[in-house]
Design a protein around this ligand. Structure first.
Ligand SMILES: Nc1ncnc2c1ncn2[C@@H]1O[C@H](COP(=O)(O)OP(=O)(O)O)[C@@H](O)[C@H]1O
Ligand SMILES: [Mg+2]
Length: 262
């Protein structure tokens, strides 16, 4: 992994965006260091998806500037798109195809040689080898989301946007997806993830930015953010994962994945 560059993987400066009279983003600023996991935390309707869509060049901002992998989203959208993958809240998986066929399809769309081998490597990496020849429509929520992430990673983009990757998943599936995301960052990929879950940001993120009423109202490491909170709130945040552990202990953790360290 190269440490030669100090250039942020993602830079967002004064981004604004309105839909008619609705001012969704009123000047958003943050930077994401390469190879880190950055969580954009905000409640429903805060503008998380809007910001992700601007960074992915799917919609234009009204004002401000943003760059991804050193490329300006307004003036070099093709380079930006080549540098990132985007996994949305709603899986792009085709249910009629098998997991392997879904992956092969994407590999072919990206003009990769030996799409079958690419698919097999992805199945292996995301623990889907056994399920690879089953129709994706038969997959559990966690398997589907993992397949979706695997599909978005074909071509090995250096930066990955995950828009609410675990919304709608049960606790076991969430932990599977969390492990996938941690693994991504370990391999050097920069991850920008949006979430409305405190515990998700707490578990995964190197830095957390809170998007509220159109601006980033706080941005820091978990330790930095915790110092800002009154103790009663901290207590509440810390109790959430414990409930999950109780839940998993009661229903059994079939995935055999490791327990959370807290
Ligand atoms: N294309 C659009 N046209 C009009 N309003 C939109 C559009 N996209 C999003 N919005 C509104 O912008 C606000 C932020 O939406 P969104 O970015 O999806 O929030 P989040 O992803 O944080 O839940 C919401 O009030 C939403 O209804
Ligand atoms: Mg959203």
């Amino acid at each position: 992994m190269s440490t030669a560059t100090l250039e942020p993987a993602i830079r967002v400066q004064g981004i604004t965006k309105s839909f008619k009279d609705l001012e969704v983003l009123r000047g958003v600023d943050f930077e994401v260091a390469p190879g880190t996991i950055f969580a954009l935390l905000g409640s429903n309707g805060a503008g998380k998806t809007t910001l992700v869509r601007i960074l992915a060049t799917l919609i234009a901002a009204d004002g401000g500037a943003a760059s991804v992998h050193g490329f300006d989203v307004a003036s070099a959208p093709a380079d930006v798109r080549r540098s990132l993958s985007l996994t949305g809240q709603f899986a792009a998986v085709d249910e009629v195809l098998t997991g392997r066929e879904n992956l092969i399809l994407v590999a072919k769309l990206r003009h990769l040689r030996d799409a079958g081998a690419v698919a097999d490597r992805m199945l292996e990496r995301f623990s889907l080898t056994e399920a690879g020849d089953r129709k994706a429509g038969t997959y559990s929520g966690g398997m589907r989301r993992r397949l979706d992430i695997a599909m978005s990673l074909i071509g090995e983009p250096p930066i990955v946007f995950l828009d609410e990757p675990t919304t709608g998943l049960d606790p076991q599936a969430r932990i599977e997806v969390w492990e996938t995301i941690t693994g991504l960052a370990r391999s050097g990929t920069t991850v920008l993830l949006t979430t409305q879950y405190l515990d998700e940001a707490e578990q995964l993120a190197d830095r957390i930015a809170i998007l509220h009423q159109g601006t980033i109202i706080q941005n820091g490491t978990l330790a930095e953010l915790k110092k800002l909170l009154p103790s009663a709130t901290v207590e509440y945040v810390e109790k959430q994962p414990t409930l999950e552990e109780v839940f998993l202990a009661l229903v059994g953790d079939e995935t055999g994945t490791s327990r959370k360290e807290l």
